[in-house]
Design a protein around this ligand. Sequence first.
Ligand SMILES: [Zn+2]
Length: 122
Amino acid sequence: MPVALFESPTLERRRYCECCGFPSLFVPDVEPRNRFEWDGSPDWENSGGTCDLCEWESRPLDARGNPVRAPRDDANDRLSLEQARANYARFEWHLRDALAAQQAEDEERVAGEWDDSEELTP
Ligand SMILES: [Zn+2]
């Protein structure tokens, strides 16, 4: 069975990471042989493999979007997927804290910009 596709009006099309479950792997369109042949089909074989978030290398896909069974011998430092998921669950709060801190900083900066504009108003 083909893997699930994440589609959004504002982001590029992606597939889901096997480890952390985020839609982090880019899926390009099939390259048309000429401009009349473009049909927007997903190019599964050239889809992204390594997750930017958790660094897990998901299995490559065949032309129909089915995971190819055998992973490379040296993929993912020989960790099992179960071990990698456990590691991700253990450390994911670091990511959440970093995102929350960034968001608070952005909101503070935006609020500061508002204060400045009020001072300049005659
Ligand atoms: Zn991931």
